[in-house]
Design a protein around this ligand. Structure first.
Ligand SMILES: Nc1nc2c(ncn2[C@@H]2O[C@H](COP(=O)(O)OP(=O)(O)OP(=O)(O)O)[C@@H](O)[C@H]2O)c(=O)[nH]1
Ligand SMILES: [Mg+2]
Length: 314
């Protein structure tokens, strides 16, 4: 076994940090390293936390880390910030808040920004999670700020998804309409110390009533800043995991995640290939025809698809 792999499996923090940096920077060795660690992965329990900015996701993670350590499990955290090209104040704040775990070898916390991410943030998040998986962390928590797409992407990655909301923080119906409700395995109404928490719970219940659920997402109230409700939150997470295992959904979800990953990689390769194809002079000529309104974009796309896939000339 390579030295670095041995160190990784000992959860050596410097080795983990270096590997994740290589992933973030799109280092040329990246793919080779990921190939080496892949056989060691697939064991960790992946929990995604998403929700609007400032909902208390990091505070909740802080509490969950303590809880998870109490039950004797190791835990890794990847905090994703897709909005900021820099490691902004929030993430710095996260680090400061979580320093109490800094000396614990069974806790590893890493923030990832979008700067310099080759192949997109969701891809590097997945790869960073894989590093923590190979290192042997029992649980990995992924924090993503809910700003649309990133929220939905978490469901292609995590075994269990927590949606963190706050009382009075906007219209729950909007969340519902955006399709974000569908991805929640568990609702966390955080900042339950603020007024309107019970009303929010009722609103979520009413929306959940509109459907039949194989797993009806439970709603947990927490005050993350005071460490309240964390045990209940953890026990609902465990219940969800049991549900997944009992129904065979655990295996199915994971297979779907891998399918999605391969699909994304294929999409990416095809996209790069097509971009090259479109540089050909024949294509440019055809594009000109479109500009002159002599050809329709759909038509040109169909012609080129036939040419590329089947070598057909139209
Ligand atoms: N009143 C109250 N404040 C809370 C609670 N939980 C967290 N906060 C505060 O809310 C603010 C945001 O908390 P974070 O944990 O950083 O929220 P976040 O969702 O990680 O934020 P981003 O990562 O920036 O999206 C902080 O000032 C927390 O102290 C709570 O239960 N009640
Ligand atoms: Mg945060």
């Amino acid at each position: 076994m390579d030295g670095w792999l041995r160190l990784l499996k000992q959860k050596d923090k410097r080795t983990i940090a270096r590997l994740i940096t290589k992933i973030e920077d799109g280092s040329p060795e990246k793919n080779q390293l990921l190939e080496k660690i892949f056989p060691e992965t697939g064991k960790t329990f992946l929990i995604g936390l998403t929700g609007p900015p400032g909902a208390g996701k990091s505070s909740l993670i802080d509490g969950l880390i303590t809880k998870i350590r109490q039950v004797g499990l190791s835990v890794g955290v990847i905090a994703v910030d897709p909005t900021s090209p820099f490691t902004g104040g929030a993430m710095l704040g996260d680090r400061v808040r979580m320093t109490k775990h800094a000396l614990d070898t069974d806790v590893f916390i890493r923030s990832m920004g979008s700067r310099g991410n080759v192949g997109g943030l969701s891809r590097s998040t997945r790869e960073a999670v894989r590093v923590l998986d190979a290192a042997g962390f029992d649980v990995v928590l992924i924090e993503t700020v809910g700003v649309g797409q990133a929220e939905l992407e978490i469901m292609h990655l995590a075994d269990t998804v927590l949606l963190v909301l706050n009382p009075g923080a906007g219209d729950i119906v909007q969340v519902f309409k955006a399709g974000i409700m569908e991805i929640a395995d568990l609702f966390v109404v955080n900042k339950a110390d603020l007024s309107g928490a019970n009303r929010l719970v009722t609103e979520i219940e009413e929306l959940l009533d509109l459907q039949q659920w194989e797993w009806r997402p439970p709603i947990v109230q927490t005050i993350a800043s005071l460490n309240q409700g964390i045990s209940e939150c953890w026990s609902q997470i465990i219940k969800h995991r049991q549900h997944l295992e009992e129904t065979g959904e655990w295996v199915k979800r994971r297979q779907n995640h891998l399918r999605q990953e391969v699909l994304e990689l294929l999409e990416d390769s095809f996209y790069q290939f097509l971009k090259q194809e479109m540089k050909k002079p024949e294509f440019e000529a055809e594009l000109e025809q479109v500009a002159l309104r002599r050809k329709v974009p759909h038509q040109v796309a169909r012609i080129w698809l036939n040419r590329i896939l089947f070598g057909k000339k139209e």
